[in-house]
Design a protein around this ligand. Structure first.
Ligand code: ADP
Length: 266
């Protein structure tokens, strides 16, 4: 068996090939020891690990394993996933919305990190919890999908009252920017959570579109576990990216890019 593991800040992603078939699993970072026990019990296998927490994982493993830098692993994994979807181009951007967000330009097989933002999946969970007390990721995204941002976000058209704005009036002028003091106790969890997802989605797509100017392509491949079962985040990112003139792509199993890339070098 060959196994690729991406141990990130929040989740451990595992890709493994058994009898020619690729399998994917993910675990909370708190279950690192169980993942190590699973690998240690496999017997005859080849393993490559990547990600910020890979050092901790390696210290729990009984066998020697290959290690690789996560940006390289992610790049290789994205290539594999895009190829499978017949979407591979010579140049594209990759925005990885993990615990934080990292943006890369891939040109002629070479990846360069262009930057990122601390606003990412960790912000989604952390801010959501602080505002509503909800702790579970699946509950956060489910409640958010039923919420409206109308009473919380300030749009450009709200500022340009009775006047034609110089940019689209539908753009967000200020996330959480409406006059909230008088309605703060009246806002629902659904509204607050939808607005948190709006903030994260608009930030990562805005930064990505700006980074695209430093890359030959305007195709932006969005990956990372923050998109798992999260159609609202996908929709915010998709519409904002298109509005700003770029082309969004969400590959299937994008959250396993790092693990796939690690597996692909074995
Ligand atoms: P990292 O590699 O930094 O762990 P990921 O790409 O795995 O990053 O993304 C982590 C983010 O995915 C979390 O911050 C959260 O927003 C989201 N997420 C998706 N599923 C879960 C889950 N079951 N538990 C916690 N966070 C989840």
């Amino acid at each position: 068996m060959i196994v690729g593991i991406d141990a990130g800040g929040t989740l451990i992603k595992v890709a493994y090939t058994e009898k020619g078939k690729v399998h994917f699993e993910k675990y909370p970072i708190a279950e690192m020891e169980q993942v190590a026990d699973w690998v240690n019990g496999l017997g005859d296998c080849q393993v490559c690990v990547t990600g910020g927490k890979s050092g901790v994982l390696v210290s729990l493993l009984n066998q020697s394993v290959q290690e690789m830098v996560e940006f390289e692993a992610t790049h290789l994994g994205v290539q594999v996933l895009l190829k499978e979807m017949n979407l591979l181009e010579d140049a594209y951007l990759v925005t990885n919305v993990g615990t934080g967000t990292s943006i890369h330009c891939i040109q002629d097989n070479v990846q360069e990190r262009l930057g990122g933002t601390g606003v990412g999946g960790g912000t989604l969970i952390g801010l959501s919890h602080l505002l509503t007390g909800v702790t579970r990721y699946d509950e956060i995204v489910e409640l958010a999908s039923r919420g409206s941002r109308d009473r919380i976000d300030l749009k450009v058209k709200h500022i340009y009252e009775g006047k034609e704005p110089p940019i689209s009036g539908e753009l967000t002028a200020s996330n959480f920017g409406q006059d909230l003091f008088s309605i703060s106790s009246d806002l629902t969890k659904e509204e607050l959570l939808a607005t948190v997802i709006g903030l994260v989605g608009e930030t990562v797509s805005t930064v990505s579109v700006q980074a695209a100017r430093q890359c030959r392509s305007s195709t932006i491949v969005y990956i990372g576990s923050s998109f798992i079962d999260n159609p609202l985040l996908k929709e915010v990112v998709k519409s904002y990216t298109i509005l700003r003139g770029s082309v969004p792509v969400f590959p299937d199993n994008g959250e396993f890019s790092g693990a796939m890339g690690a597996m692909s070098v074995l």
